[in-house]
Design a binder for this molecule. Structure first.
Ligand SMILES: Cc1ncc(COP(=O)(O)O)c(C=O)c1O
Length: 310
């Protein structure tokens, strides 16, 4: 069974999802399932084709179309394309809307189900209920987890009824439809809708982004501030090293780690992800207030200053 996935992707640790991931290290000791083709994912700071901008997005879409149309591409009638609308562990990298629309067009034209992994980006985090909504597309299936249970383990697979081929009860599991999880999920969704947390995430996310932009201003080591809503990242580079052809500098994992440690010492937990773990990631709770965002930004600024001087 062939599946199309993307470089930089993170989908989880089961044998099937490991096969879809860009990071090969976690699957070294495990036999993974399926035959996956990893296609290049748009990445503005480090454009994989070296073109950059909208021309790069068009070329990336063409690459996917070629993989599906060239009889010698090595791709055999894929069962699905699986994509994150914003790559999370990959380094808070948003897919450009036009590119995601192209993925929808191409998969529809080639009758390949489009599965959007919203496990990290979904349920309000990016400033809309689902991150794919920015592109105005309708996927064939959507994976949800993390926020949807409000902290109680719950995962949900939404799919179009034309894929509902299993007989009722054919796919069993002890904890399927677990009452506590389902009740927590319902309560969480009601709260999120009632308090319009996606709009809140968009608003406070913009505030945090402009604070991060200020921290990055005049500091070439903080090379790229990116993301959507409250799913943000700052890529840390070694600005003293020569730039690549595309203008990007090599990732600086040591400096990113030093910033993370300095932030932690100031009571701020930030994640790291992306190439070599050099992207500092911000994923605050969706109910974070504006004044808490200011505190996050102040502590980050102080952590960066200490790491750069230390
Ligand atoms: C986009 C995405 N998909 C899937 C997963 C895997 O979820 P879980 O750890 O619940 O298996 C994650 C976890 O970080 C994720 O970010």
């Amino acid at each position: 069974m062939d599946v199309l996935a993307f470089r930089g992707a993170y989908h989880g640790m089961t044998a099937g999802s490991l096969a879809l991931m860009g990071d090969t290290a976690p699957r070294e000791e495990v036999e993974v399932l399926g035959h996956v083709h990893h296609l290049p994912y748009p990445y503005e700071y480090r454009p994989p084709l070296g073109i950059g901008g909208e021309a790069e997005h068009r070329a990336l879409a063409r690459e996917v179309e070629t993989a599906l149309e060239d009889p010698l591409s090595g791709v055999e009638d894929p069962a699905a394309m699986v994509v994150e609308p914003v790559q999370g562990e990959g380094g808070s990298i948003p897919a450009p809307d036009e590119w995601l629309r192209e993925m929808r067009r191409i998969t529809r034209e080639h009758d390949v189900p489009l599965v959007v992994d919203e496990i990290q980006a979904g349920v309000g985090r990016t400033g809309s209920m689902y991150a794919f909504e920015y592109a105005g597309i309708v996927p064939d299936a959507v994976c949800l987890s993390k926020a949807v249970g409000g902290g109680v383990p719950l995962s949900v697979l939404l799919y179009h009824e034309r894929y509902d081929e299993w007989a009722s009860g054919a796919h069993l599991g002890t904890f399927r439809g677990h009452q506590l999880g389902v009740a927590a999920g319902r309560g969480t969704l009601e709260y999120i809708v009632e308090h319009d947390l996606p709009a809140h995430a968009a608003r406070v996310g913009e505030r945090l982004t402009s604070c991060l932009d200020e921290s990055a201003d005049g500091r070439p080591e903080l090379a790229d501030v990116r993301g959507r809503g409250l799913m943000l990242g700052v890529e840390i580079v070694d600005a003293g090293q020569p730039a690549n052809d595309d203008g990007s500098h090599p990732p600086d994992a040591d400096l990113a780690m030093a910033i993370q440690r300095e932030c932690f010492d100031r009571g701020l937990i930030v994640e790291r992800g992306g190439r070599e773990g050099a992207t500092i990631r911000f994923l605050p709770p969706l109910i974070v207030s504006e004044s808490e965002v200011d505190t996050i930004a102040e502590r980050f600024e102080a952590g960066v200053a200490a790491a750069l001087n230390g």
